[in-house]
Design a protein around this ligand. Structure first.
Ligand code: DI6
Ligand code: FE
Length: 405
Protein backbone atom coordinates (compact mmCIF):
# COMPACT_ATOMS: atom_id res chain seq x y z
CA UNK A 1 0.00 0.00 0.00
CA UNK A 2 1.50 3.34 -1.09
CA UNK A 3 1.28 6.40 1.18
CA UNK A 4 -0.02 8.62 -1.60
CA UNK A 5 -1.35 8.23 -5.12
CA UNK A 6 -1.57 11.36 -7.27
CA UNK A 7 -3.69 11.11 -10.40
CA UNK A 8 -4.66 13.38 -13.28
CA UNK A 9 -1.18 14.90 -13.60
CA UNK A 10 0.98 15.92 -16.56
CA UNK A 11 4.25 14.22 -15.58
CA UNK A 12 7.47 15.70 -16.95
CA UNK A 13 9.52 12.77 -15.70
CA UNK A 14 12.84 13.94 -17.22
CA UNK A 15 13.76 10.25 -17.29
CA UNK A 16 16.76 9.53 -19.50
CA UNK A 17 15.95 7.62 -22.65
CA UNK A 18 12.23 8.39 -22.41
CA UNK A 19 10.85 8.70 -25.93
CA UNK A 20 8.70 11.81 -25.45
CA UNK A 21 10.26 15.26 -24.93
CA UNK A 22 10.63 15.95 -21.18
CA UNK A 23 9.67 12.29 -20.65
CA UNK A 24 6.15 13.69 -20.71
CA UNK A 25 3.22 11.51 -19.68
CA UNK A 26 0.05 13.50 -20.39
CA UNK A 27 -2.53 11.72 -18.24
CA UNK A 28 -0.15 10.48 -15.59
CA UNK A 29 -0.27 9.05 -12.09
CA UNK A 30 2.31 8.73 -9.38
CA UNK A 31 2.61 6.55 -6.29
CA UNK A 32 4.74 7.53 -3.29
CA UNK A 33 5.81 5.20 -0.48
CA UNK A 34 8.38 5.74 2.28
CA UNK A 35 9.60 8.98 0.76
CA UNK A 36 10.32 7.39 -2.59
CA UNK A 37 8.54 7.18 -5.90
CA UNK A 38 6.90 3.77 -5.95
CA UNK A 39 5.21 4.02 -9.31
CA UNK A 40 5.02 6.55 -12.19
CA UNK A 41 3.21 6.12 -15.47
CA UNK A 42 0.03 6.58 -17.44
CA UNK A 43 -3.08 6.55 -15.27
CA UNK A 44 -4.56 3.91 -17.57
CA UNK A 45 -1.72 1.53 -16.63
CA UNK A 46 -2.21 1.74 -12.85
CA UNK A 47 -2.01 -1.78 -11.42
CA UNK A 48 -5.40 -1.54 -9.67
CA UNK A 49 -8.22 0.71 -8.55
CA UNK A 50 -6.77 3.92 -7.00
CA UNK A 51 -8.33 3.35 -3.55
CA UNK A 52 -6.85 -0.14 -3.41
CA UNK A 53 -3.33 1.14 -4.11
CA UNK A 54 -2.75 3.93 -1.58
CA UNK A 55 -3.84 5.22 1.81
CA UNK A 56 -4.54 8.61 0.28
CA UNK A 57 -5.35 9.68 -3.27
CA UNK A 58 -5.26 13.15 -4.79
CA UNK A 59 -6.57 14.45 -8.09
CA UNK A 60 -4.07 17.02 -9.38
CA UNK A 61 -6.52 18.55 -11.83
CA UNK A 62 -4.17 18.20 -14.79
CA UNK A 63 -1.34 20.12 -13.10
CA UNK A 64 2.24 19.75 -14.29
CA UNK A 65 4.56 17.67 -12.08
CA UNK A 66 8.35 17.78 -12.42
CA UNK A 67 11.23 16.52 -10.34
CA UNK A 68 12.15 18.80 -7.44
CA UNK A 69 14.67 21.39 -8.62
CA UNK A 70 18.39 21.02 -7.95
CA UNK A 71 20.84 23.92 -7.72
CA UNK A 72 24.16 22.16 -8.26
CA UNK A 73 26.54 25.14 -7.91
CA UNK A 74 26.13 27.78 -5.22
CA UNK A 75 28.15 29.83 -2.79
CA UNK A 76 25.08 30.46 -0.62
CA UNK A 77 26.99 30.79 2.66
CA UNK A 78 28.91 34.04 3.08
CA UNK A 79 29.28 37.11 5.29
CA UNK A 80 28.42 40.63 4.14
CA UNK A 81 27.56 41.54 0.58
CA UNK A 82 29.10 43.45 -2.28
CA UNK A 83 26.62 46.06 -3.45
CA UNK A 84 29.36 48.71 -3.39
CA UNK A 85 31.43 46.58 -5.72
CA UNK A 86 28.46 46.39 -8.06
CA UNK A 87 28.37 50.17 -7.96
CA UNK A 88 32.14 50.40 -8.57
CA UNK A 89 31.81 48.21 -11.62
CA UNK A 90 29.10 50.54 -12.93
CA UNK A 91 31.55 53.39 -12.41
CA UNK A 92 33.97 51.64 -14.72
CA UNK A 93 36.12 49.16 -12.80
CA UNK A 94 36.33 45.52 -13.89
CA UNK A 95 35.72 42.40 -11.81
CA UNK A 96 39.33 41.28 -12.19
CA UNK A 97 40.69 44.76 -11.37
CA UNK A 98 38.65 44.87 -8.16
CA UNK A 99 39.78 41.36 -7.23
CA UNK A 100 43.44 42.20 -7.77
CA UNK A 101 43.07 45.31 -5.60
CA UNK A 102 42.00 43.17 -2.63
CA UNK A 103 38.27 43.75 -3.10
CA UNK A 104 36.04 41.17 -4.66
CA UNK A 105 36.29 37.70 -3.19
CA UNK A 106 38.71 38.89 -0.48
CA UNK A 107 36.25 41.41 0.93
CA UNK A 108 33.79 38.55 1.35
CA UNK A 109 36.54 36.51 3.01
CA UNK A 110 36.98 39.26 5.60
CA UNK A 111 33.26 39.45 6.32
CA UNK A 112 32.90 35.65 6.43
CA UNK A 113 35.81 35.23 8.84
CA UNK A 114 34.24 37.87 11.09
CA UNK A 115 30.84 36.13 11.13
CA UNK A 116 29.82 33.39 13.57
CA UNK A 117 28.43 30.09 12.29
CA UNK A 118 25.00 31.18 13.55
CA UNK A 119 25.25 34.48 11.71
CA UNK A 120 26.18 32.68 8.48
CA UNK A 121 23.13 30.42 8.81
CA UNK A 122 20.83 33.38 9.55
CA UNK A 123 22.15 35.32 6.56
CA UNK A 124 21.75 32.35 4.20
CA UNK A 125 18.22 31.36 5.20
CA UNK A 126 16.35 34.15 3.35
CA UNK A 127 18.33 33.33 0.20
CA UNK A 128 17.57 29.66 0.63
CA UNK A 129 13.89 30.41 1.20
CA UNK A 130 13.74 32.30 -2.08
CA UNK A 131 15.08 29.20 -3.85
CA UNK A 132 12.71 26.88 -1.97
CA UNK A 133 9.73 29.06 -2.90
CA UNK A 134 10.43 28.10 -6.51
CA UNK A 135 10.64 24.38 -5.89
CA UNK A 136 14.24 23.76 -4.80
CA UNK A 137 14.75 20.32 -3.25
CA UNK A 138 18.54 19.90 -3.35
CA UNK A 139 21.30 22.46 -3.18
CA UNK A 140 25.06 22.23 -3.42
CA UNK A 141 26.86 24.76 -1.24
CA UNK A 142 30.57 25.56 -1.42
CA UNK A 143 32.96 26.92 1.13
CA UNK A 144 35.69 29.19 -0.21
CA UNK A 145 35.34 32.43 1.75
CA UNK A 146 37.09 31.14 4.88
CA UNK A 147 40.44 30.11 3.40
CA UNK A 148 41.80 28.65 6.63
CA UNK A 149 40.96 25.53 8.61
CA UNK A 150 38.67 27.15 11.14
CA UNK A 151 36.70 29.30 8.73
CA UNK A 152 36.35 26.80 5.89
CA UNK A 153 34.95 24.27 8.36
CA UNK A 154 32.70 26.92 9.87
CA UNK A 155 31.20 27.59 6.43
CA UNK A 156 30.64 23.88 5.76
CA UNK A 157 29.00 23.37 9.16
CA UNK A 158 26.71 26.32 8.45
CA UNK A 159 25.84 24.78 5.07
CA UNK A 160 25.00 21.43 6.67
CA UNK A 161 22.80 23.18 9.22
CA UNK A 162 20.56 24.56 6.50
CA UNK A 163 19.30 20.99 5.96
CA UNK A 164 18.23 20.94 9.61
CA UNK A 165 16.54 24.33 9.42
CA UNK A 166 14.60 23.52 6.23
CA UNK A 167 13.26 20.47 4.37
CA UNK A 168 15.96 20.25 1.75
CA UNK A 169 18.94 18.14 0.78
CA UNK A 170 22.32 19.87 1.06
CA UNK A 171 25.53 18.65 -0.51
CA UNK A 172 28.69 20.42 0.56
CA UNK A 173 31.82 21.17 -1.43
CA UNK A 174 35.16 22.25 -0.05
CA UNK A 175 36.38 25.15 -2.19
CA UNK A 176 39.41 26.13 -0.13
CA UNK A 177 41.33 26.64 -3.41
CA UNK A 178 39.08 29.58 -4.32
CA UNK A 179 41.35 32.56 -3.69
CA UNK A 180 44.67 33.27 -2.07
CA UNK A 181 44.13 34.50 1.51
CA UNK A 182 45.93 37.79 2.31
CA UNK A 183 48.29 36.12 4.81
CA UNK A 184 49.64 33.93 1.97
CA UNK A 185 50.28 36.72 -0.54
CA UNK A 186 52.94 35.66 -3.06
CA UNK A 187 52.99 32.21 -1.46
CA UNK A 188 50.32 30.40 -3.44
CA UNK A 189 52.15 27.07 -3.35
CA UNK A 190 52.36 27.26 0.44
CA UNK A 191 48.64 27.94 0.61
CA UNK A 192 47.94 24.92 -1.61
CA UNK A 193 50.02 22.89 0.86
CA UNK A 194 47.78 24.15 3.67
CA UNK A 195 44.71 23.16 1.64
CA UNK A 196 46.08 19.66 1.02
CA UNK A 197 47.75 18.96 4.35
CA UNK A 198 45.34 20.60 6.78
CA UNK A 199 42.08 22.04 5.46
CA UNK A 200 41.02 19.09 3.30
CA UNK A 201 41.90 16.36 5.81
CA UNK A 202 40.10 18.28 8.60
CA UNK A 203 36.96 18.75 6.51
CA UNK A 204 37.07 15.12 5.44
CA UNK A 205 37.54 13.85 8.96
CA UNK A 206 34.46 15.72 10.17
CA UNK A 207 32.46 14.44 7.18
CA UNK A 208 31.88 18.01 6.09
CA UNK A 209 32.84 17.75 2.42
CA UNK A 210 30.95 15.71 -0.18
CA UNK A 211 33.32 16.96 -2.89
CA UNK A 212 36.30 19.24 -3.54
CA UNK A 213 36.38 22.19 -5.94
CA UNK A 214 38.91 24.78 -7.07
CA UNK A 215 39.11 28.03 -9.06
CA UNK A 216 41.44 27.45 -11.98
CA UNK A 217 42.07 30.96 -13.26
CA UNK A 218 44.63 33.76 -13.52
CA UNK A 219 43.08 35.34 -10.39
CA UNK A 220 42.70 31.88 -8.83
CA UNK A 221 45.08 28.91 -9.03
CA UNK A 222 47.13 27.35 -11.81
CA UNK A 223 46.37 23.93 -13.31
CA UNK A 224 49.46 22.54 -11.55
CA UNK A 225 48.21 23.80 -8.19
CA UNK A 226 44.71 22.48 -8.82
CA UNK A 227 46.22 19.12 -9.76
CA UNK A 228 47.80 18.87 -6.30
CA UNK A 229 44.39 19.54 -4.76
CA UNK A 230 42.77 16.89 -6.95
CA UNK A 231 45.42 14.31 -6.12
CA UNK A 232 44.93 14.85 -2.42
CA UNK A 233 41.14 14.62 -2.85
CA UNK A 234 41.53 11.30 -4.67
CA UNK A 235 43.69 9.94 -1.87
CA UNK A 236 40.87 10.71 0.56
CA UNK A 237 38.24 9.23 -1.76
CA UNK A 238 36.62 12.62 -2.39
CA UNK A 239 35.05 13.50 -5.75
CA UNK A 240 36.26 16.64 -7.51
CA UNK A 241 34.82 19.41 -9.68
CA UNK A 242 36.28 22.62 -11.04
CA UNK A 243 35.56 26.29 -11.80
CA UNK A 244 37.10 26.13 -15.26
CA UNK A 245 37.41 28.48 -18.21
CA UNK A 246 35.28 31.24 -16.67
CA UNK A 247 37.50 34.19 -17.59
CA UNK A 248 40.20 32.55 -19.72
CA UNK A 249 41.22 29.15 -21.08
CA UNK A 250 43.81 27.47 -18.86
CA UNK A 251 42.79 23.95 -19.87
CA UNK A 252 40.87 23.45 -16.62
CA UNK A 253 38.14 21.35 -18.20
CA UNK A 254 40.71 18.93 -19.63
CA UNK A 255 42.31 18.70 -16.20
CA UNK A 256 38.93 18.07 -14.59
CA UNK A 257 38.09 15.36 -17.12
CA UNK A 258 41.47 13.69 -16.56
CA UNK A 259 40.62 13.44 -12.87
CA UNK A 260 37.15 12.04 -13.53
CA UNK A 261 35.51 15.17 -12.14
CA UNK A 262 31.78 15.27 -11.47
CA UNK A 263 31.57 18.57 -13.31
CA UNK A 264 33.43 21.41 -14.95
CA UNK A 265 31.67 24.69 -14.28
CA UNK A 266 31.30 28.05 -16.11
CA UNK A 267 33.12 27.12 -19.37
CA UNK A 268 32.61 30.32 -21.35
CA UNK A 269 36.22 30.05 -22.58
CA UNK A 270 36.13 26.29 -23.13
CA UNK A 271 37.83 25.21 -26.33
CA UNK A 272 35.12 23.30 -28.25
CA UNK A 273 37.77 20.65 -28.92
CA UNK A 274 37.79 19.81 -25.21
CA UNK A 275 34.12 18.78 -25.20
CA UNK A 276 34.86 15.13 -26.15
CA UNK A 277 37.14 14.77 -23.10
CA UNK A 278 34.28 15.87 -20.83
CA UNK A 279 31.94 13.41 -22.51
CA UNK A 280 34.40 10.53 -22.25
CA UNK A 281 34.96 11.19 -18.54
CA UNK A 282 31.25 11.53 -17.81
CA UNK A 283 31.98 15.01 -16.49
CA UNK A 284 28.93 17.28 -16.57
CA UNK A 285 29.15 20.84 -17.91
CA UNK A 286 27.58 23.23 -15.41
CA UNK A 287 26.61 26.50 -17.10
CA UNK A 288 26.06 29.58 -14.94
CA UNK A 289 24.17 32.20 -16.94
CA UNK A 290 23.70 34.41 -13.87
CA UNK A 291 27.45 35.08 -13.66
CA UNK A 292 27.67 35.52 -17.44
CA UNK A 293 24.89 38.08 -17.24
CA UNK A 294 26.12 39.85 -14.14
CA UNK A 295 29.71 40.23 -15.38
CA UNK A 296 28.37 41.28 -18.79
CA UNK A 297 30.47 38.54 -20.35
CA UNK A 298 30.18 38.35 -24.10
CA UNK A 299 31.98 35.07 -24.80
CA UNK A 300 29.38 32.31 -24.96
CA UNK A 301 30.08 28.79 -23.71
CA UNK A 302 30.37 26.39 -26.69
CA UNK A 303 26.92 24.89 -26.24
CA UNK A 304 26.85 23.36 -29.74
CA UNK A 305 30.04 21.39 -29.07
CA UNK A 306 28.72 20.22 -25.69
CA UNK A 307 25.48 19.14 -27.32
CA UNK A 308 27.15 17.44 -30.27
CA UNK A 309 29.32 15.41 -27.88
CA UNK A 310 26.42 14.49 -25.57
CA UNK A 311 27.97 16.19 -22.55
CA UNK A 312 25.34 16.44 -19.79
CA UNK A 313 24.57 20.15 -19.47
CA UNK A 314 23.46 21.41 -16.06
CA UNK A 315 22.37 24.92 -15.10
CA UNK A 316 22.81 26.55 -11.71
CA UNK A 317 22.55 29.94 -10.02
CA UNK A 318 26.20 30.25 -8.85
CA UNK A 319 24.47 32.23 -6.08
CA UNK A 320 27.30 34.36 -4.60
CA UNK A 321 27.80 37.95 -3.48
CA UNK A 322 30.15 39.00 -6.29
CA UNK A 323 29.44 37.59 -9.71
CA UNK A 324 25.90 36.24 -9.36
CA UNK A 325 23.78 37.49 -6.46
CA UNK A 326 20.90 35.41 -7.77
CA UNK A 327 18.45 33.24 -5.88
CA UNK A 328 16.18 32.00 -8.65
CA UNK A 329 16.60 28.76 -10.56
CA UNK A 330 13.64 29.68 -12.78
CA UNK A 331 15.54 32.82 -13.81
CA UNK A 332 18.65 30.70 -14.45
CA UNK A 333 16.50 28.55 -16.73
CA UNK A 334 15.19 31.56 -18.60
CA UNK A 335 18.71 32.99 -18.93
CA UNK A 336 19.99 29.61 -20.09
CA UNK A 337 17.50 29.86 -22.94
CA UNK A 338 17.76 33.57 -23.77
CA UNK A 339 21.54 33.97 -23.31
CA UNK A 340 22.92 30.51 -24.12
CA UNK A 341 20.17 29.39 -26.51
CA UNK A 342 19.39 26.23 -24.58
CA UNK A 343 15.97 24.78 -25.31
CA UNK A 344 13.41 24.83 -22.46
CA UNK A 345 13.79 21.06 -22.31
CA UNK A 346 17.57 21.39 -21.89
CA UNK A 347 17.00 24.08 -19.25
CA UNK A 348 14.69 21.83 -17.23
CA UNK A 349 17.09 18.89 -17.60
CA UNK A 350 19.80 21.30 -16.44
CA UNK A 351 18.14 21.84 -13.06
CA UNK A 352 16.91 18.25 -12.63
CA UNK A 353 18.50 15.12 -14.09
CA UNK A 354 21.73 16.73 -15.31
CA UNK A 355 22.15 18.72 -12.09
CA UNK A 356 21.78 15.41 -10.23
CA UNK A 357 24.51 13.96 -12.43
CA UNK A 358 26.74 16.95 -11.70
CA UNK A 359 26.40 16.02 -8.01
CA UNK A 360 26.88 12.29 -8.57
CA UNK A 361 23.32 11.74 -7.32
CA UNK A 362 21.50 10.79 -10.51
CA UNK A 363 20.70 7.37 -9.06
CA UNK A 364 18.74 9.03 -6.23
CA UNK A 365 17.19 12.27 -7.48
CA UNK A 366 16.61 14.31 -10.63
CA UNK A 367 13.79 12.44 -12.38
CA UNK A 368 10.34 11.06 -11.68
CA UNK A 369 11.16 7.36 -11.74
CA UNK A 370 10.40 4.46 -9.41
CA UNK A 371 13.04 4.10 -6.73
CA UNK A 372 14.10 7.75 -6.65
CA UNK A 373 13.42 10.10 -3.74
CA UNK A 374 9.95 11.64 -3.97
CA UNK A 375 11.18 15.23 -4.47
CA UNK A 376 8.57 16.80 -6.73
CA UNK A 377 7.13 20.12 -7.85
CA UNK A 378 3.51 20.70 -8.80
CA UNK A 379 3.18 23.72 -11.07
CA UNK A 380 0.46 26.06 -12.19
CA UNK A 381 1.42 25.29 -15.77
CA UNK A 382 0.08 23.21 -18.62
CA UNK A 383 3.43 22.48 -20.31
CA UNK A 384 7.02 22.34 -18.99
CA UNK A 385 8.27 24.96 -21.48
CA UNK A 386 6.34 27.52 -19.41
CA UNK A 387 8.92 27.17 -16.63
CA UNK A 388 11.62 28.72 -18.83
CA UNK A 389 9.30 31.20 -20.51
CA UNK A 390 8.39 33.68 -17.79
CA UNK A 391 10.64 36.17 -15.97
CA UNK A 392 9.95 36.86 -12.31
CA UNK A 393 6.74 34.85 -12.17
CA UNK A 394 6.56 31.90 -9.82
CA UNK A 395 4.13 29.19 -10.90
CA UNK A 396 4.91 26.77 -8.06
CA UNK A 397 1.76 25.32 -6.51
CA UNK A 398 3.15 22.65 -4.19
CA UNK A 399 6.53 21.27 -3.29
CA UNK A 400 6.93 17.67 -2.19
CA UNK A 401 10.16 16.82 -0.43
CA UNK A 402 11.01 13.24 0.43
CA UNK A 403 7.34 12.33 0.00
CA UNK A 404 6.06 15.10 2.26
CA UNK A 405 3.89 17.87 0.77
N1 DI6 B 1 33.75 32.14 -9.81
C1 DI6 B 1 32.62 32.80 -9.50
O1 DI6 B 1 31.82 33.18 -10.29
C2 DI6 B 1 32.53 32.93 -8.06
N2 DI6 B 1 33.69 32.23 -7.63
C3 DI6 B 1 34.36 31.81 -8.67
O2 DI6 B 1 35.39 31.17 -8.58
C4 DI6 B 1 32.58 34.37 -7.67
C5 DI6 B 1 32.91 34.53 -6.24
C6 DI6 B 1 32.89 35.96 -5.80
O3 DI6 B 1 33.08 36.91 -6.59
O4 DI6 B 1 32.69 36.16 -4.59
FE1 FE C 1 31.05 29.53 -8.49
Amino acid sequence: MWDLLATNAALATMARGAGAPYGLIAQGALGIADGRIAWAGAEADLPGAPQSLAKETRDLDGALVTPGLIDCHTHLIYGGMRAQEFEARLLGRSYEEIARAGGGILSTVQATRAASEDALVEAALPRLDALIAEGLATIEIKSGYGLDVENELKMLRAARRLAVERNIRVTTTLLAAHALPPEYQSRADDYIALVCDEIMPAAHQEGLADAVDGFCEGIGFSPAQIERVFEKAASLGLKVKLHAEQLSDLGGARLAARHGALSADHLEYLDPQDAPALAAAGTAAVLLPGAFYYLRETKLPPVDALRANNVAIALATDSNPGSSPMTSLLLAMNMGCTLFRLTPQEALAGVTINAAKALGLDGEIGSVEPGKRADLCVWRAAHPCELSYTIGYNPLKKRIFDGII
